[in-house]
Design a protein around this ligand. Structure first.
Ligand code: HAM
Length: 411
């Protein structure tokens, strides 16, 4: 877990805001589910996945119920959907913190933030296109260029079950060639072996059966329409027949975004897919669902690697310089903020020169200066710092009126 300090915190906030804008533009409302849920909510998302079996921060609450800090947000959103039965389709976005007890390293943290969307109640493959295009559009908006979109389908419930059997039989036939870790995965969750990273395992994975041979006509058609739709709207994508995701609820379309400027082991900057059975698993009516989550921490690392999306420059309307006793700075900053301007000052005084230096660093557009002369005359000096124009001395009572036209554009 790590602390986020200024100015990085401003960059993070700007990133979430960019995502919020992109989602709002596509008609998504914000949902804010709790950070904690009953453990059972998360057990539904993957009792045979590492995220749920090994990495969850769970505990017994004061009333004896078993609770967990969320390792992801989809389960809570679908739980909320089941609980509140909103009108369909339900299109929501979110941002928030998750917890996974992972082996921490660069790009892999125990506390990390995601932004994402979920849509419930639509089976149409064109929605898959909308959802994927939203994520791709967001990456474009923030200036990330080296992001590869990998797409696959896992088939519907029955296809997936058939495919799992085929994959299991294949890996059993070559069990001796697999690493011990991959063999353990095979016993728990055969599809996850397809995600093995060790070169010796990868060699075996390469010849594994592909889902395409196990798809029903309906699933194949759904996926074909998704692929055609991505082409139609100009979202570049790469077929990834071995892509399996780390959570159990996925059916049909699945996808992942890889930032190629990052280390391959931690380069997934987001992923998602359909989870058509999840609402039912959580006690609701059968409801189609699809969504994705993007990792904010990793996206920022990818932005660093590409040199894009820098922290926003500090901006301020007015910096008040007071070389008398600070009383004018106290009163003027208060007055300016109350009038809707942003204003700051130095505490502890200091020479005119050093205070003007602080004013410059603050990004202020205007300095309001009160020295002995001004104080005695009941006046202030107004000096533009960024725009052209001469400094002026005005009566204190005229300060707001003088500033208004100077700060009118863009403040
Ligand atoms: P996920 O693939 O587990 O999917 O996580 C999505 C993204 O969160 C990853 O691609 C990665 O960028 C980031 N992430 C995951 N774990 C960590 C970590 N330990 N440290 C830093 N970043 C991390 C989900 O969470 C699904 N809920 C996505 C989804 C939404 N599927 C359907 N709807």
């Amino acid at each position: 877990m790590h602390d986020v300090l200024p100015p990085e915190s401003a960059r993070r906030r700007a990133l979430v805001q960019a995502f919020a804008d992109e989602a709002a533009r596509a008609g998504y409302g914000e949902v804010v589910p709790p950070l904690l849920e009953e453990l059972g909510v998360f057990l539904r998302v993957g009792e045979s996945t590492d995220v749920v079996t090994k990495e969850m921060y769970d505990f017994v609450d004061k009333d004896g119920s078993r609770i967990a800090l969320r390792p992801e947000i989809t389960a809570g959103v679908v739980r909320a959907f089941v609980q509140h039965h909103p009108t369909l389709p339900w299109k929501v976005w979110y941002s928030g913190t998750n917890f996974r007890h992972e082996r921490a390293q660069k790009g892999r943290y125990r506390m990390f933030d995601q932004v994402g969307v979920e849509v419930l109640g639509v089976d149409d493959p064109d929605l898959d296109v909308e959802v994927i295009a939203l994520a791709a559009g967001f990456f474009e908006r923030i200036g990330l260029r080296q992001v590869e979109l990998l797409v696959n389908t896992l088939g519907d419930h029955d296809d997936r079950a058939r495919y799992t059997e085929a994959v299991k039989a294949y890996f059993e036939s070559r069990r001796g060639e697999l690493s011990e870790a991959a063999q353990a995965t095979l016993d728990r969750n055969p599809l996850r072996v397809l995600d093995a990273k060790r070169p010796s395992d990868v060699a075996v994975v390469q010849d594994a059966p592909r889902i395409a041979e196990h798809l029903s006509d309906a699933s194949a058609e759904h996926f074909a329409r998704v692929v055609a739709g991505l082409d139609a709207v100009g979202v570049a994508h790469t077929p990834a027949p071995l892509l399996v995701r780390g959570l159990d609820y996925y059916r049909r379309t699945t996808f992942e975004f890889a930032a190629t400027a990052l280390d391959a082991a931690q380069n997934a900057v987001g992923g998602g897919g359909r989870y058509d059975g999840l609402a039912e698993d959580l006690g609701g009516p059968p409801t189609d669902g699809i969504g994705f989550a993007l990792g904010v921490d990793r996206i920022l690392l990818a932005c660093d690697a590409e040199g894009v999306f820098a922290a926003p420059e500090p901006t301020l309307d007015v910096y008040v310089v007071d070389t008398v006793d600070g009383a004018a700075a106290r009163d003027l900053t208060h007055e300016l903020r109350a009038a809707g301007h942003s204003a700051d000052r130095r505490f502890g005084g200091g020479s005119m020169k050093s205070q003007m230096k602080s004013a410059g660093r603050s990004g202020a557009r205007v300095a309001v200066i009160v020295g002995e002369d001004e104080a005695a005359a009941g006046e202030v000096t107004v000096r533009p710092l960024q725009d052209r124009g001469d400094q002026r001395r005005v009566a204190r009572g005229e300060l707001l009126g003088t500033l208004a036209p100077m700060l009118a554009d863009g403040s």
